[in-house]
Design a protein. Structure first.
Length: 221
């Protein structure tokens, strides 16, 4: 629409996050419930959503630049040499995909509302995320033990850059999962429902990004 900025569009998309409408029947706006139309909570939720949108945009731009370099050098550089792709990464990928599924189950339990079920599946998601990062570390150690270092070839160098950068950003998602799962939101400026929703955006984004990187590295090695 003429005269509407991109930032305005983003704010319109996320405006309802954090309980912008009427509170559902039976909810008291406590630690687990949607806090209703409280202005401070709504404002905080919008800030969370804007921040996570900006973070995902920056991460995407970084990886797109690296992917462009990967594709160009793969075709032009004489230093490109194939290497043995770690089999463990298949398991790690499956773990991350399952974590997205358990996160959505947790959110459905939250909407039920079923606080106990939410916390159980949210904790499972967190454990799966940690398992993924630990699995990546094991895969790196296996490559190093085989003498496959970043200086071995450009293919290996890109493998380490992509997987390490992704793991670092995913660790930020794990911190967000721990924050949502462990913090008491009763006196917070944002509800647990809003925090869980925003965190899910980031987690699914990192999940999808990893699947893309996995395919790129596997077929481009």
């Amino acid at each position: 629409m003429p005269g509407t900025s991109v930032l305005d569009d983003i704010e319109l998309i996320i405006e309802d996050i954090g309980g912008g409408g009427k509170p559902p029947a039976g909810r008291d706006g406590g630690d687990f419930g949607d806090g209703g139309p409280r202005v401070p909570g709504r404002s905080s939720a919008r800030k969370y959503a804007i921040a996570i949108t900006a973070a995902m945009t920056a991460i995407l731009m970084f990886f797109m630049a690296m992917i462009a370099a990967f594709l160009v050098l793969r075709r032009t550089s004489p230093r490109w040499a194939a290497f043995q792709f770690p089999v463990l990464l298949w398991f790690n990928t499956a773990v991350l995909l399952v974590s997205s599924a358990t996160l959505e189950v947790a959110r459905k339990r939250q909407a039920a509302p079923d606080e106990k079920g939410f916390k159980r599946f949210w904790a499972i998601t967190t454990i799966l995320g940690i398992t993924f990062v630990v699995g990546q570390v094991v895969a790196w150690r296996e490559l190093v033990a085989q003498g496959i270092h970043g200086s071995a070839s450009l293919a290996v160098a890109f493998f380490y850059v992509f997987t390490v950068a992704h793991a670092v950003h995913l660790f930020g998602g794990i911190c967000a999962l721990l924050y949502v799962g462990l913090r008491k939101f009763r006196n917070s400026g944002v509800t647990r429902i809003a925090a869980a929703e925003v965190t899910s955006y980031y987690w699914h984004f990192m999940d999808g990004l990893w699947v893309f990187l996995f395919v790129l590295l596997y077929f481009g090695k």
